[in-house]
Design a protein around this ligand. Structure first.
Ligand SMILES: [Zn+2]
Length: 151
C-alpha cells in the first residue's frame, strides 16, 4: 500500500503550513504537528530551561550556536545523570557525583557551545570522555570508589 510521504499540516507553534513528514514509528504514525523551525526553537528553549534547573554553567557562543549546542549538551548531561543515579542509589553519593560532573562541565572547553556542536555525532565517545574525567576527579578527591568506566 502506498502512503503519502508528506502531508500539508498547520503548525501548532507558528500557525504556518508545513510539509509534515509521515514517519511510521513502532507501528503508529507520528502525529506531532509542529514545523521544523518551531521544533528547533522548542527544543532549544526546553534545553535552556533544563540547563538552568540543573545549574549548568552558561554556554558561550552566538545565538545560533547556543540554540544548537545546548540541546546537545543537555541530552548528554541528562543521560550521564540518569546513569549516575542508577549507579549510586544513595542520595549523598549521587550528590557528590553530580557536583563533580558540574565542576567538570565548567571547564573552558565544555562551556563553548561550539564544542557540543562539533562533537554532536560522537555522543558515546563524549560520554565516556566526561566519565573518565569524572573518575579522575573522584580518585583525586578520594570520595568514592571508581565509577564504571563505560556508559
Ligand atoms: Zn511552526
Amino acid at each position: 500500500m502506498d502512503m503519502p510521504k508528506y502531508i500539508k499540516t498547520l503548525c501548532n507553534g507558528c500557525g504556518k503550513l508545513f510539509n509534515k513528514v509521515l514517519a511510521l514509528r513502532d507501528n503508529f504514525i507520528d502525529t506531532d504537528n509542529t514545523c521544523w523551525t518551531c521544533q528547533q526553537t522548542l527544543s532549544a528553549m526546553n534545553a535552556k530551561n533544563l540547563a538552568k534547573k540543573l545549574e549548568l554553567p552558561a554556554l558561550t557562543g552566538t545565538d545560533k550556536q547556543l540554540n544548537w549546542g545546548e540541546p546537545v549538551r543537555i541530552k548528554i548531561v541528562n543521560e550521564l545523570l540518569v546513569r549516575l543515579q542508577d549507579y549510586w542509589d544513595e542520595g549523598l553519593q549521587f550528590k557528590t557525583a553530580k557536583k563533580i560532573l558540574l565542576h567538570i562541565l565548567a571547564r573552558p572547553n565544555f562551556v563553548r557551545a561550539s564544542f557540543w556542536i562539533e562533537h554532536r555525532n560522537n555522543e558515546y565517545g563524549l560520554k565516556n570522555y566526561i566519565l573518565k574525567l569524572a573518575t579522575e576527579e573522584l580518585k583525586k578527591s578520594n570520595h568514592l570508589q571508581l565509577m564504571s568506566s563505560s556508559i
